[in-house]
Design a protein around this ligand. Structure first.
Ligand code: ADP
Length: 377
């Protein structure tokens, strides 16, 4: 039984001096979101956005201080930027001690889009809502891209419900060298997920800015090495956190996953518009859980309707990447950590994912050879 409590962590952090050597970071109200999972500790340090880079040593010092506590395993400290007074909305009332510990920091730093060294293209797999098969699609698309000879990484940015450990049957903790985490590896993919750092069942109570900060670390402080494509499994939905992520991650493009029902398509459209707003190219739409093929008799039926996403793609002048049927083999394999592209490599589902992967590669290649755009500011 671990003896680490929020108070132990806060006590230890109160030994870390604030930015200009004035006071300590706890009494300066810079620490929030202390989250303990077993022996792992995560917390956030709010700093003025424009000083985030300069205050990196402060973050590292806070992380080291907590690591020094006996019984502590992994520690993740994230810096979140607070906007200068005047550029942010009116200040909220001062937080209660409880809020102070658990509340997320205010605003993230202004979006910047620096590339990730060694990574050629980052693509987002997104959906307007949960449960449409976005993670299943991310895994199988990543595997299909890898079968096409690409070196592929998979970043599980679905920080509220990380599913990659389960879907890939990949458990354990990533090793770290200094501040940089080594990605985990399975089926030839390099993988990073918050699920490796906290238990899958741990409820994630973080809100926007902290999520973004954690994602930024998983993106930039991981030794990805040379990758042709990094597939990012985005959190579902089109809220502020997703929008900011779409803005901050240097995305080469986005793939939107939808089921064929009208109601799902309305959400998919929102997802599409979100990426358009931040000028991320849409690589295309995938219809998941399309036709149902009865596993025993092979009969096809369109449980959720069929072709909705293809029509929607046409209407929105967006490429249609393909259909993945609703099939038990996809579900059981995805849920037991043996994704279908790897476990049934010659089957019809693997073929469908490979077709989609080829289209994604073609889209990326045509985008990279397209004439540069002139942007009027
Ligand atoms: P999301 O990431 O959108 O929340 P998941 O990928 O976790 O969705 O999928 C939700 C559930 O649906 C999982 O149990 C998964 O195995 C199943 N699933 C996803 N795609 C298919 C499919 N094409 N056929 C059958 N089951 C599927």
């Amino acid at each position: 039984m671990s003896s680490i409590t929020q108070q132990t962590v806060l006590d230890q952090l109160s030994k870390v001096r604030g930015p200009d050597l004035e006071g300590d970071i706890v009494s300066l109200n810079m620490v929030s979101g202390v989250h303990i999972s077993g022996s792992d500790v995560m917390f956030s340090i709010t700093v003025p956005a424009e000083r985030a880079r300069e205050l990196e040593p402060l973050r590292a010092a806070a992380e080291t201080a907590v690591k020094d506590l006996s019984g502590v395993g992994k520690v993740m400290a994230v810096l979140t930027g607070e906007r200068k007074a005047g550029s942010a909305p009116a200040s909220p009332p001062p937080p209660s001690p409880q809020q102070q510990r658990m509340a997320p920091p205010q605003q993230p730093a202004a979006p910047t889009k620096t590339g990730v060294p060694g990574v050629k293209s980052i693509i987002a797999v997104a959906s307007g809502k949960g449960g449409v098969g976005k993670s299943t699609t991310s895994v199988n698309l990543a595997l299909a891209l890898s079968r096409l000879g690409k070196s592929v990484g998979l970043l599980d940015a679905d920080i509220y419900g990380p599913s990659m450990p389960r879907m890939l049957g990949l458990f354990g903790k990533p090793t770290a060298e200094g501040r940089t985490l080594d990605p985990m590896e399975k089926f030839g993919l390099k993988v990073m997920s918050i699920g490796f750092l906290v238990e899958e069942e741990t409820p994630m109570i973080w809100r926007g800015p902290m999520v973004i900060s954690a994602l930024t670390q998983m993106l930039r402080e991981v030794a990805w090495g040379e990758l042709d494509i990094l597939v990012v499994d985005m959190p579902p939905g089109t809220g502020d956190a997703q929008l900011t992520m779409a803005q901050q991650v240097p995305l080469a493009g986005a793939v939107i996953v939808s089921t064929p029902q009208d109601i799902a398509l309305i959400d998919a459209r929102k997802g599409l518009n979100m990426f358009k707003r931040v000028e991320v190219p849409i690589l295309g739409l995938i219809e998941n859980m399309s036709t149902f093929i009865c596993p025993s008799c092979g009969h096809r039926s369109d449980i959720f309707g069929h072709g909705g996403a293809r029509e929607e793609a046409e209407r929105l002048a967006t490429p249609f990447l393909g259909e993945i049927p609703l099939h038990m083999d996809i579900r059981t394999n995805s849920d037991r950590g043996t994704p279908v592209v790897d476990s049934m490599p010659d089957g019809p589902h693997a073929t469908a994912y490979l077709d989609i992967a080829r289209k994604v590669v073609a889209q990326l290649e045509s985008a990279s050879t397209a004439a540069p755009k002139i942007v009027m500011e």
